[in-house]
Design a protein around this ligand. Structure first.
Ligand code: EAX
Length: 327
């Protein structure tokens, strides 16, 4: 038997031939749903997330985005993520207290004084402690996003003071803290999913609603609302949520990739809101909305005092003060 001279090339070929065949990295496409149009502060977030996930996992994972509540409204989407029938969602915290009750503290009116404080607090210990409460509910909260400071709109009259809110039938989010506070104003609250709001306003089922400028603009609510008052009465956070079982299956490297993608998504989301905050009031005025801009917020806060006392008992005044005074 003649042995071939053992050359490096032959040795390498022999080693490679002995390796088990490694399948090409499997590619998985995940579905992500949110309630607004693609041209919005949510749209830039989910599109950035999808781009970053594919890039950072070298194509092992892709994210297919669905806009304008195509796969359901926010509450349904959170439920679907919890069940695993939907992989990811970007949602406001509106319906979240139905799943993680502790998050409702963040929906208290006039809790944050400005965007800088809200972002710093949510990105810091207070916000991170809150995110840690989701895995026990089958949901991995990847990051805090942002919806924005909410303002009041209606079709009946300009709102210059809290008394002007009395008797208005207003759509609210399905959020217990909001509903309690808005009743204190004398509002008649009608909780419903955002996907139904435009039609409800158009048909006069409700007189008004409340949402950040970014949402009012993206959903073209100026087409069905006459009056806007810049109350800024609630800071509305958002969340990037993922099915926990799907998260657990990721390798450590891919978990890091998804986390970095979420950070990039929130950066784009917040940048778009900053841009909208500079642009949208003039846009809404040009579309015919009557805007009350110089609002004495202390009057709206004073009107809510009895509710603040109740919420202090519910959440612990020290917990509320920790957030309110966070720097
Ligand atoms: O998350 O339901 C709402 O009013 C939300 O602000 C909207 O769906 C964006």
């Amino acid at each position: 038997m003649r042995f071939l001279p053992c050359t490096p090339a032959l040795a390498l070929a022999a080693v490679l031939a002995s390796l088990p065949s490694v399948p090409a990295a499997a590619q998985e496409t995940m579905k992500m749903n949110m309630s607004l149009s693609q041209n919005s502060h949510y749209g830039v977030a989910v599109d950035t997330f999808a781009k970053e996930v594919e890039k950072r996992t070298q194509g092992r994972y892709k994210v297919q985005n669905f806009y304008s509540g195509a796969l359901g409204a926010e509450r349904e989407s959170i439920e679907a993520v919890q069940l695993g029938t939907l992989d990811l969602t970007l949602t406001s915290t509106g319906p979240v207290p139905n799943f993680v009750p502790e998050v409702a503290i963040l929906d208290i009116p006039f809790l944050f004084k400005d965007y800088a404080q809200a972002r710093q607090t949510l990105d810091g210990p207070v916000g991170q402690e809150m995110l840690a409460k989701f895995p026990a509910k089958g949901i991995q909260a990847l990051a805090w996003g942002e919806n924005g400071f909410r303002h009041m709109t209606n079709n009946k009259r300009p709102v210059n003071s809290p008394d002007d809110l009395k008797g208005l039938k207003m759509r609210t989010m399905e959020n217990p803290v909001h509903i309690q506070a808005y009743k204190q104003f004398g509002i008649i609250p009608t909780p419903m999913a955002f996907t139904e709001v435009f039609t409800a306003l158009q048909q006069g089922t409700v007189d008004g609603q409340e949402n950040p400028l970014s949402v009012i603009s993206a959903a073209k609510l100026d087409q069905v609302q006459k009056y806007l008052t810049l109350t800024g009465h609630v800071y509305s956070p958002a969340l990037i949520l993922m099915n926990k079982a799907k998260w657990d299956k990721l390798s450590a490297a891919d978990k890091a990739a998804f986390s970095e993608a979420a950070k990039a998504a929130v950066k784009a989301n917040r940048a778009r809101i900053d841009e909208d905050e500079r642009r949208v009031v003039a846009e809404l005025k040009s579309h015919g909305m009557a805007v009350v801009e110089n609002v004495d917020k202390s009057k709206f806060q004073a009107a809510l005092q009895p509710t603040f006392v109740e919420l202090g008992k519910k959440f612990g005044q020290e917990n509320i003060d920790r957030i309110r005074n966070s720097k």
